[in-house]
Design a protein around this ligand. Structure first.
Ligand SMILES: [Fe+2]
Ligand SMILES: [Fe+2]
Length: 194
């Protein structure tokens, strides 16, 4: 798919990845949860927007891909003897959620655009992880994942463009990207994706 998402307005501090590599098992447990929640969110949108049938096939495919990612991360965890953890609040996702408007149509658009930004940030960070890892299989896994999440960043904008014009989509995406960059700048480091 052609690029539909926009570039993030900040880059992750290169030092961010050092702690991730040092605490990789803790990171993996959070990563697994992120994939599982991404899959659930896609299916919850299918339920929430039955009046938006044009996006349903893409959402189903997304839910499947994210669930596959969850399975792949869990397999890595099993091999390394790492257990699943309970969900912890994700300050990044929660703060982004607060930026979404409330009217049904506005919320629908914002949900898609915020999802695109989350995917793009995931892609950016998975790429940093792939570059920092030394073990070839793991490195390759994160490299592929970075590509898929970048594609998802485009898929969400493409969904928005089924129902909104470019003039509605891109200025709002720019605003939300500004908020996203501010939120990222304020996050405390954790051994997690966000
Ligand atoms: Fe994923
Ligand atoms: Fe994704």
């Amino acid at each position: 798919m052609a690029k539909k998402s926009i570039d993030l307005l900040s880059v992750t501090d290169p030092d961010w990845v050092n702690g991730i590599i040092e605490n990789f098992d803790t990171f993996l447990a959070d990563h697994a949860n992120c994939e599982r929640k991404a899959s659930s969110l896609a299916m919850s949108m299918v339920v929430r927007y039955p009046d938006r049938p044009k996006i349903i096939p893409a959402l189903v495919e997304l839910a499947q891909e994210e669930l596959e990612h969850f399975g792949q991360v869990y397999e890595l965890m099993e091999k390394r003897g790492v257990s699943l953890i309970k969900d912890e609040p994700d300050p990044y996702v929660n703060q982004l959620g607060k930026k979404m408007r409330h009217g049904r149509t506005d919320r629908f658009l914002d949900q898609l655009l915020v999802s695109s930004l989350i995917e793009c940030r995931g892609a950016e960070r998975f790429r940093l992880i792939a570059e920092a890892l030394e073990e070839p299989d793991l490195k390759q896994f994160y490299k592929i994942l970075a590509g898929t999440e970048a594609k998802h960043g485009n898929v969400f904008v493409d969904m928005a463009l089924h129902y909104f014009s470019e003039d509605e989509v891109y200025p709002r995406l720019q605003e939300l990207a500004e908020s996203e960059a501010e939120i990222v700048a304020g996050l405390e480091w954790r051994a997690s994706l966000h």
